[in-house]
Design a protein around this ligand. Structure first.
Ligand code: ATP
Ligand code: MG
Length: 480
């Protein structure tokens, strides 16, 4: 279900991209049309007015030199009128063939139209013309004549027709080139957007993977994405996190292994050198008395026992730690088992004058456990409570069921274990009294073995303690 939802997210992004591209193309087409039009206006057609309406511009002292081709092309005419209003020169076709201007006509041409740029009204005198004409006049002061240009209105407007600057073929080439250019720009933009959404996350992921392969396990991927790339980022970061944790664990395990070897050799060194020393002493000195020999052999025996216990414990601990180790679980009454176990230690409690109180339910409680190993685990807790505490200490052992767990509590009010050591006390070779030669001190493997056995039973062991506040070991074993 979740997967479908997630798949939609990338699909949504792609859909968004497509829709954007679609609108982009539409906008592009619009821009293209407008540009084409603008280019057409700018390049293809060009408004080119003839100067026929501006007589002053084409004025020349020698009026015969005035170029009249355009005027004649448009069916217009040019007339030169002297100061006596007589038409002295004409080019083009004046349908009225005027030879003499009336004073009114001359006045109008001179006063009103002189130097005015555009006028398109038929005038007095020329109102008889069949077509309407556009007039323009200019007066030549030096040569004292009036220049009159007239072009039929229709032709005049036709002359304003836009002129082509480019040939159709060139125009088409320009438009196509412009079109291609704009398409390139458009697709560059679209590919940029797509790249931002698709290639950027991929690049970041590749970079992260490279960092990890280089051994930089702190590398994390920073990517703001809610789609599959976001999931990939999370999976990647989780993986990196796990690798980092695994690596730390591995380093720690390696260090523990080294320390274990150091501890073993250290703990074996003392009894072994003692054994070696005393046996050499007995062998070399023939003057030793019988009692002395017995005393030394006793020391040798004690040290052998110590070395043997260490080796046996170590062997047991390694066996428990090996992946092949399997408990031989049997469903049996744990209460009965506990009563029998505790009974064994009553003489030791009494010998050391340690107060005890046991609270084991009368009724049976059947759970699966292996008697031999659980005996080993719990015995160590009971022996510790006797071994490390002085007389008049009170030890309470009780059992009850809570939350599907059978809880076994071994609680004493003795010297306790400092809070700072609680975290490590279940590690092999950890002892509160660091001096390893101490007579009372064991191997420091007891609690490590107890913990392994209890965990093999899918249970837990926990310690609540502090210096002078005693130790409370809470063992929980699953009922089912
Ligand atoms: P082993 O059990 O192999 O003979 P050990 O008793 O030294 O050796 P653990 O049983 O692991 O090893 O105990 C570790 C240390 O914890 C002990 O050396 C002791 O200092 C301390 N300790 C354990 N139980 C108690 C207790 N009930 N009261 C005070 N200290 C304790
Ligand atoms: Mg012990």
């Amino acid at each position: 279900m979740k997967k479908t939802k997630n798949t939609k997210r990338l699909a949504n992004m792609l859909l968004k991209n497509y829709v954007l591209s679609y609108f982009g193309i539409t906008v592009f087409v619009l821009i293209f049309l407008v540009t084409t039009l603008l280019v057409a206006l700018a390049l293809y057609i060009n408004i080119n007015r003839l100067d026929i309406n501006d007589a002053a511009k084409i004025m020349k002292d020698n009026y015969k030199e005035i170029d009249t081709t355009e005027i004649e092309k448009l069916n217009g005419f040019l007339e030169i009128v002297d100061s006596s209003h007589k038409v002295i020169y004409r080019k083009g076709n004046n349908p009225l063939n005027t030879t003499q201007y009336t004073p009114r006509m001359y006045y109008e041409m001179y006063e009103i139209f002189n130097n005015e740029t555009k006028q398109m009204q038929a005038l007095v005198g020329y109102d008889k013309l069949e077509k309407k004409y556009v007039f323009s006049t200019a007066y030549n002061k030096d040569k004292d004549f009036l220049l009159v240009i007239a072009v039929p209105e229709k032709e005049y407007f036709r002359s304003l027709v836009y002129e082509r600057k480019l040939t159709p073929k060139n125009y088409l080439l320009v438009v196509i080139a412009l079109n291609i250019l704009m398409f390139i720009v458009f697709f560059l933009i679209v590919s940029r957007i797509t790249s931002k959404n698709l290639t950027k996350p991929l690049k970041l992921l590749t970079k992260g993977a490279r960092e990890i392969s280089k051994g930089n396990y702190d590398a994390r991927i920073e990517l703001k994405s809610k789609n599959e790339f976001g999931e990939l980022r999370d999976a990647f970061n989780n993986m990196a996190e796990k690798i980092a944790v695994e690596r730390t664990l591995k380093e720690k395990a390696e260090e523990n292994r080294k320390n274990l070897i150091l501890d073993i050799s250290h703990d074996l060194k003392n009894p072994l050198s003692s054994i070696l020393g005393y046996s050499e002493y007995i062998l070399k000195d023939s003057n030793l008395s019988q009692e002395e020999i017995i005393k030394y052999i006793e020391t040798i025996r004690q040290n052998s026992e110590r070395a043997n216990k260490l080796i046996m414990d170590l062997f047991e601990f390694s066996k428990l730690e090996s992946s092949e180790f399997k408990l031989n679980l049997v469903k049996q009454d744990i209460c009965e088992f506990l009563r029998e176990l505790i009974a064994v230690y009553i003489p030791q409690f009494e010998d050391k004058n340690i107060d005890y109180e046991f609270d084991i339910p009368e009724e049976s409680a059947f759970i699966e456990f292996e008697a031999k190993n659980l005996d080993r685990a719990l015995s160590n807790l009971i022996i510790n409570s006797i071994k490390y505490n002085s007389q008049n200490t009170k030890v309470i052992i009780k059992t009850y069921v809570a939350d599907n767990f059978l809880q076994i509590i071994i609680d004493d009010n003795g010297i306790g274990i400092p809070k700072s050591m609680q975290e490590h006390i279940f590690n092999p070779f950890v002892r509160v009294d660091a001096s390893r030669n101490s007579e009372s001190g064991g191997t420091g493997l007891g609690l490590a073995i107890s913990k392994e056995i209890i965990e093999k039973h899918r249970g837990t062991i926990e310690l609540q303690s502090d210096t002078d506040k005693g130790c409370k070991f809470i063992v929980k074993l699953p009922i089912n």
